[in-house]
Design a protein around this ligand. Structure first.
Ligand code: ADP
Ligand code: ZN
Length: 518
């Protein structure tokens, strides 16, 4: 490790050691290479560009999206004796002149700038007269057109590679799935080999995902393990949030609600009570998230499928900031898949955006239906990795597998024979040979697949269908009614009939006592 970097770490920041991948990244940049850094919020990204920028000759140029963020960083750096400044468009003329003089005479270590300011006429040319140690583009995911934080001016930052071809460039972000990552690398001209992805693991968080079969009873059992502790219960809708909070209060919990339909004062009051409370259960929609700063959130439960794997990671990540063991539970069922698919299909988003959203949903279903370690699936989504963790439900109780080849064939043919338009419940009824008016009305009690699945019960068939969806053999329809159809891979499967191992849903736990109202 370069002695200079270590010295800066000690004298400027007062830290004794680099954390995680910081040392490797800092070395890599000091040596003059480009870098892409994907690390979760709080992972320690700032040091990764600040230290090489200070250690290398010249001034570091930092592109950052928010003035407030820049101002905080600049004042912290100045207090630590670093010559840092922000170039922003509303500086008084005199300060502006002084700042440019400092830039051009090598009087600065770090210069922060918003992309819009950087791209304004003449700025790049003048910066060309300064000696740059490196260029860092913070929050680089803002250049992704399909992301939620798209910022058109970020798109134009590809000019930096042409304007300063010999200056090391780095891009940093906390949120980037594989397509966004590829987009950032390609756009800024950074090689795959220069990517550093690490720090996503939250080893103290236990992951568990279960079929939603009796959500209130399942939630109660989960909460029973957390008496006297605070946590969050996420619901999809405002109504369900209110109802669940009221139910939990009736059950004796100190439960509060939080969603966008409440007035500001009430939301603030509830957030404060959660923040300072000892054993508060916050029942919330995703509106509750920004600015939660409670270190001892001991559990996070999802009563509905989250929006994406990133959302799941972020929301569960609100547990255990203090590093102590924390617990999570996500419940989901076929209705969730149908609902999420409908959200996607009914939105006004352009087709390409919908395609990304569908892929994101698939990734989340892959996590939910995996027979392997949840943490491995979760981390690999971000490009990070770990050994089987021993702290997730599938590690602790490895799911039982069975040869599902025949079952998959039966399910697929049943979907095919009923015309690829019915939902899960109907398909399962036909497989089980249930006699009802609806099935008779469509004449499906006469087809060859009627009653061919009586060797399994309805719960197992539902689990099989969910896995076929997660494996992309079956599609949930695009019209939004939850109808199942056979995906291209499903047709191949019917033709080639390869072996397929599927997981058996874990047995329902015997529950202590009776649960009312569920
Ligand atoms: P990010 O930008 O990735 O969200 P920050 O750079 O703001 O994260 O760092 C998060 C926190 O971790 C900060 O308080 C920072 O001072 C601290 N930190 C970063 N690196 C180290 C280190 N090597 N040792 C101790 N604390 C560190
Ligand atoms: Zn695991």
């Amino acid at each position: 490790m370069s002695a200079k970097a270590l010295e800066i770490l000690k004298t400027v920041y007062g830290y004794d050691a680099f954390r995680g991948p910081q040392a490797r990244i800092v070395e890599h940049l000091i040596a003059g290479n480009n870098a892409f850094v994907l690390m979760p919020t709080g992972g320690g990204k700032s040091l990764c560009y600040q230290i090489p920028a200070i250690a290398r000759p010249g001034m570091g140029l930092i592109v950052s999206p928010l003035l407030a963020l820049m101002a905080d960083q600049v004042s912290a750096l100045r207090q630590a004796g670093v010559k840092a400044a922000a170039l922003n468009s509303d500086l008084p003329p005199e300060e502006r002149r002084d700042l440019w003089e400092a830039i051009e005479t090598g009087g600065l270590d770090l210069l922060y700038v918003a992309p819009e300011t950087l791209l304004r006429g003449g700025v790049l040319e003048r910066l060309g007269r300064a000696r740059l140690s490196l260029i860092a583009i913070d929050e680089a995911h803002c250049l992704s057109q399909w992301g939620h934080d798209f910022r058109p001016s970020y798109r134009q930052l590809d000019i930096l590679a042409r304007a300063f071809p010999t200056t090391p460039r780095m891009a940093l972000t906390a949120t980037a799935d594989a397509p966004t990552r590829g987009e950032i690398l390609a756009h800024l001209g950074i090689a795959e080999a220069d990517a550093f992805i690490a720090g996503f693991d939250r080893p103290n968080i236990r992951y568990a995902i279960a079929e939603k079969d009796n959500p209130r009873a399942q939630l109660k059992e989960f909460l029973r393990r957390h008496e006297g502790e605070s946590g969050i219960v996420y619901c999809l809708s405002k109504r369900k949030t209110d109802e669940t909070a009221a139910w939990l209060r009736a059950e004796g919990y100190d439960a509060l609600a939080y969603h966008a339909g409440m007035d500001k004062a009430e939301k603030e009051a509830n957030q404060l009570r959660f923040q300072h409370g000892e054993a508060v259960v916050m029942v919330a929609t995703i509106a509750f998230g920004m600015g939660i700063d409670k270190p001892d959130v001991r559990f996070v439960a999802h009563l509905d499928l989250p929006g994406s794997l990133e959302a799941y990671y972020q929301e569960t990540g609100r547990a255990g900031r203090d590093g102590l063991p924390s617990d999570t539970l996500m419940l989901y069922g076929h209705e969730d898949i149908a609902l999420r698919s409908r959200f996607i299909e009914e939105s006004d988003a352009p087709e390409q955006r919908k395609r990304t959203e569908r892929q994101k949903l698939d990734s989340l279903l892959g996590l939910a239906e995996t027979a392997g370690c949840r943490r491995q699936v979760l981390l690999s989504y971000f490009g990070d990795h770990c050994e089987p963790c021993g702290n997730c439900d599938t590690c602790l109780e490895p799911p039982q597998l069975f040869d599902g080849t025949i079952a998959a064939q039966k399910a697929l043919s049943c979907i095919y024979r009923t015309g690829e338009r019915f939902g899960q419940a109907y398909v399962v009824d036909v497989l089980l040979g249930v006699e009802n008016d609806r099935i008779a009305q469509f004449g499906h009690d006469k087809i060859s697949t009627f009653g061919i699945g009586t060797e399994h019960d309805g719960r197992l068939w539902r689990a099989i269908l969910r896995q076929l969806i997660a494996l992309r053999l079956v599609e949930v329809d695009h019209a939004g009614h939850g109808g199942l159809s056979i995906a291209p891979a499903g047709r191949e499967f019917l033709r080639d009939k390869p072996d397929l191992m599927l997981r058996v849903p874990p047995p329902r736990r015997a529950r202590r006592g009776k649960v009312a109202g569920s």
